[in-house]
Design a binder for this molecule. Sequence first.
Ligand code: GLN
Length: 390
Amino acid sequence: MSPASNAKPFNPVLSGLPTTIFETMSRLAREHRAVNLGQGFPDDPGAEDIRAKAAEALIHGWNQYPPMMGLPETRVAVAAHYHHHQKLDLDPDNEVMITSGATEAIAGALFALIAPGDEVVLFEPLYDAYLPLVLRAGGVPKFVKLAPPEWRFNEASLAAAFSDRTKLVLFNNPLNPAGTVCPPEDLALLARFCIRHDVIAVCDEVWEHVTFDNAGHMPLMALEGMRERTVKIGSAGKIFSLTGWKVGFVMAAPALMKVLAKAHQFLTFTTPPNLQVAVGFGLGKPDAFFEAMRRDFQQARDYLANGLSGLGFSVLNSRGTYFLNIDIAPLGEDDDVAFCQRLVTQTGVAAIPVSAFYAGDPVRHIVRLCFAKRRETLDMALERLAKLKR
Ligand code: GLN
């Protein structure tokens, strides 16, 4: 048999992509035994009772296909959770769907809603999955560029990106990697543009519970005129610090949900039932559970930020996510990729170059570090960073 020649091109969007920066950095961290402050995941095991629920449901529960939209009890728990925490009124039967992670939810929303040639507004820095998924769906990206240290948009930057050809805006708040929470007046401005141009907002709000300094979270969906045109996406992995679980939820008005379900049915169709049971249980936890999570991460943020400042690094504010950023320009560095490469191979600390979150003409002097770690882990990273030749 002759070997496959593969002379015909594969899909150009996907075949041309590099491996994601998170995977690349985690691999380098393993190879060089570096402290991994790159890919964002906590190094605590997560709440034991939630994990026990998953274990119990795996052994004693139903392990065949759950309903395509998610277990009814989990959808009820999602609706109740958002009613309690964000005052949203969602109908669990028609406005909630469980997905295999927020990434599936984002991919499904883009595939279901974008018709080839539609313009899609994206904010840079953008999470690395966004652009390939938009392009694979046939969307035409229009970028709004955000710059440190404030990472804010304004009337002029939105006006340059939105038009009557805009179908959809993909909006991440709190924003990874910036660690910012969108101020209410900016949210209101974005809502005005969505309404003016008849645009659907796909809101990646996976960090909604991971906010600090009493920043809170306001879902774009709650703003006047947005309820019928917003797809809100959440993540159990982020809410419960169990990032490997890959359980996400999508909330949208019934007309949107009908088409989102069409994408989900052929992407994954469903999500492991035991994890859905455990997530449903966790979503009903008392406020103190979520407050303790925020308090712990805020303390870790402060610990790393103070340690870094003490070593002379210029640390940017972080009000949400697992991340803080440092500005390497004052160190005389203008290439974040080369800096992170040296950091992981020579210093023994893995970080993420923020230029990876830009499509073109990137900001190259910002480096992202994950603080969602135990003290020992942060101490080891700080010890190594203290030896960085500067
Ligand atoms: N969300 C994680 C981060 O920003 C990465 C997830 C992944 O590796 N796919 O670090």
